[in-house]
Design a protein around this ligand. Structure first.
Ligand SMILES: Cc1cc2nc3c(=O)[nH]c(=O)nc-3n(C[C@H](O)[C@H](O)[C@H](O)COP(=O)(O)O)c2cc1C
Ligand code: SF4
Length: 657
């Protein structure tokens, strides 16, 4: 069935010799679900759910071609013949749901952290990708053959496992891109220098993979059409490079992404978060597609990055910018995007809010990925949908607190048949996310609250705002179970002089009162400080941030903070590291340089704002418990953390009550 408003996106398409049921695909994304370097049950359930949700194609995450590119304990070893059987099971699960299943073969080169496998990183040259990375070993010709063989062996294993296609990773700053790029390749032999030389090894590898899988097997490449790095490859270079590769090897598709995965803004473009405008990325596949077509290669071109819904994919494909559109994080947030669009129920799509907290943030920490807005993401095998787990003994449940934890637990419990009432003391729902409303660049985050409220409404939760909860009120309600989700309260930073700094929340009420020269003392390293600093910068204020550690925004993911740092720099926001605030007398801020112990005086400031840890609002829980009222607590009132933990705990308890 083709839905007319999505006549392009939801119509079948041929890629190589294959027909795909529609033009929406799930791009490769590393999940860290691997066990003992093999794909497992968690992968299977994860991908089965997305195939069931209607996509035409799923590309399995980066499949490593060699031991020295495993990188992390969960890296999947495609060169290992033991991977064939689990891959075959996943392929069958995906295919039986009507989707095609490809694998991405990769060597990450200098990007890899060799510590896990106690291997040295390999690269075309001894050039590091970040100041904190290991120095790679400059590969010899013999080592290049090992990598080439690894690609061949891995591809053969994937064919043996019954996958439908293979994507060779030539993008995202990994090894083959490192060979192509002047910022990573400083070789003096026939594999460095001229474009022809830099392309030699990538072409050898792609050719070898083609020879291994045969002419009829579906095989293509993923590229970065723009490195977004000084001295790096541009879209003009990549037009030339892609057409040269297509002229040398039979390609069935080109998957166009971007970034050099260099520790700069470039890295943050790859998983562009809610603050990053995706418009420039839309031109890249269009450019590559145009170049390929002009050179006589009318092969399908894939586009990715921040496509949030089928309407956006339709616009891209309909305007000739691409033939297929990939949605990675959007499918982590909601596996059923296509099915919902086909049913005309786009309004029920759980949106990816571009926070990077559950996905890229976990990736960076070598933890299994999940999703802030979809706690079931990655737990499809073990965590039931609320509708699949109706309560056998429906109760009257009272939830106190209308932030992310309370709203989540309320709708999940209600979806299971409980009769749920939620009280929120403020006039508005959303808890601490309310202050995000003041910051336009963070507005997508509110998609979480909008989604939760819609779910509460759909499941008849009685939402009561402006309602103060105390022991007497709770006793009068006489619910079977009370769930406390009262959150936490920002604590002011107090100085020796007895003065205290305004909290971020207080500062947001009336930024004009802050004056022009503002100091932000951040002891948290959290998103809130990072966003607030940008907000002040955007408002034209002269901002200095003082942090007591050696880095900024240390509790946010590098996939977002590198982009944020670029924006702060453009806004002229100063970051002073290893500085602890000691006193503020209303005119002078005294800070200690923690490296020397010296005190610095900062004069002429109009205001000082302090970001410290919140205090848990747990008094109601204790009062109810002391009175013998059945009570459970979730989210910040247990311990102040982020919305990621709050939503998860709310969801889990909603399923358990
Ligand atoms: C958690 C995570 C892991 C990723 N791992 C890979 C990977 O293994 N290989 C790859 O080519 N791209 C990887 N990507 C990039 C995605 O394929 C995609 O290009 C990016 O997420 C932007 O698309 P989106 O906005 O639809 O998420 C990853 C992205 C995320 C969020
Ligand atoms: S964690 Fe955030 S960015 Fe990642 S998929 Fe979920 S909503 Fe999107």
């Amino acid at each position: 069935m083709i839905v007319s408003r999505y006549a392009h996106a939801l119509s079948p398409v041929r890629v190589g010799g294959l027909e795909l049921r529609n033009r929406i695909f799930v791009p490769a994304h590393t999940t860290n679900y691997g066990q003992e370097h093999l794909p497992g049950e968690r992968h299977l359930e994860y991908h089965r759910a997305r195939a069931r949700g209607g996509v035409g194609l799923i590309i399995f995450e980066s499949i490593r071609v060699q031991r020295n590119t495993l990188g992390r304990p969960q890296g999947v070893a495609g060169y290992d013949p033991r991977s064939i059987e689990p891959f075959a099971r996943i392929a069958r699960a995906v295919q039986s749901e009507g989707a095609r299943f490809f694998g991405q073969v990769i060597h990450l080169g200098r990007q890899i952290e060799g510590e896990f496998e106690r291997t040295v990183s390999w690269g075309p040259s001894a050039v590091r990708w970040s100041a904190t990375a290991q120095m790679p070993h400059a590969m010899t010709r013999a080592e290049m053959d090992i990598v080439l063989d690894g690609h061949v062996q891995t591809s053969r294993n994937l064919v043996a496992a019954g996958l439908d296609g293979i994507e060779v990773q030539l993008g995202h700053g990994h090894l083959l891109q490192q060979f192509m790029s002047p910022i990573a390749n400083a070789r003096g032999d026939s594999y460095g220098g001229t474009l022809e030389n830099r392309l030699r090894f990538p072409i050898e590898v792609v050719r070898a993979v083609r020879a291994a899988v045969g002419e009829d097997f579906c095989m293509g490449i993923r590229i970065s059409a723009e490195e977004y790095a000084e001295g790096g490859l541009t879209v003009a270079d990549m037009r030339e490079i892609t057409t040269r590769i297509a002229a040398n090897v039979k390609l069935d598709f080109v998957n166009v992404s971007h970034s050099a995965y260099q520790a700069s803004y470039s890295l943050a473009t790859q998983m562009a978060d809610m603050n990053v405008d995706a418009t420039p990325f839309r031109e890249l596949p269009r450019e590559i597609r145009g170049a390929l077509r002009a050179a006589g290669h009318a092969i399908p071109v894939f586009a990715v990055c921040k496509f949030r819904n089928i309407a956006e994919a339709e616009a891209m494909i309909g305007s000739g910018g691409a033939d297929l559109v990939g949605m990675a994080r959007a499918h982590l947030a909601d596996p059923d995007i296509v099915r919902k669009a086909m049913a005309g129920r786009e309004d029920t799509q759980r949106p990816c809010i571009g926070c990077n907290q559950g996905c890229a943030g976990m990736l960076e920490r070598n933890l299994p990925i999940t999703c802030l807005i979809n706690p079931r993401g990655g737990r499809e095998g073990g965590m039931k949908l609320p509708a699949e787990a109706p309560s056998e003994a429906p109760k009257r449940v009272l939830v106190i607190g209308g932030g992310p934890a309370g709203l989540e637990t309320a709708w999940v419990a209600a979806a299971r048949g409980h009769k749920v009432t939620l009280w929120e003391k403020a006039a508005e729902l959303g808890g601490q996310t309310r202050w995000i409303r003041a910051m336009a660049h963070r507005a997508d985050f509110l998609g979480l609250i909008d989604h939760q409220i819609a779910q509460c409404q759909a499941h008849q939760v009685r939402l009561v705002t402006g309602k103060h909860a105390d022991l007497a009120a709770v006793e009068a309600e006489a619910a079977d179970l009370t769930i406390v989700a009262t959150g936490s309260t920002p604590q002011p930073l107090r100085f020796a002089s007895g003065r205290q700094a305004a909290t971020i929340e207080q500062a947001l009420v009336d930024p004009a009162r802050l004056g022009n020269r503002v100091a932000l003392i951040d002891t948290t390293g959290e998103w809130s400080s990072l966003s607030f600093a940008e907000h002040l910068g955007r408002a034209g204020k002269r901002v200095t941030i003082f942090v007591p550690v050696g880095g900024f925004a240390w509790r946010t993911t590098i996939y977002s903070s590198l982009a944020n740092r670029k924006r702060l720099r453009e806004l002229g926001v100063k970051i002073a590291l290893l500085r602890a605030a000691r006193d503020w007398d209303g005119h002078v801020l005294t800070v200690e340089d923690l490296s020397t112990g010296e005190l610095e005086r900062h004069e002429g400031l109009d205001s000082v704002i302090g970001a410290t840890y919140n205090a848990a609002e747990d008094s109601l829980h204790h009062a109810l418990e002391a009175a013998g009222i059945p009570v459970r607590s979730i989210g910040d009132c247990l311990a102040p953390r982020t919305a990621l933990e709050a939503v998860y705990e709310g969801h889990e308890l909603g399923l358990a009550v």
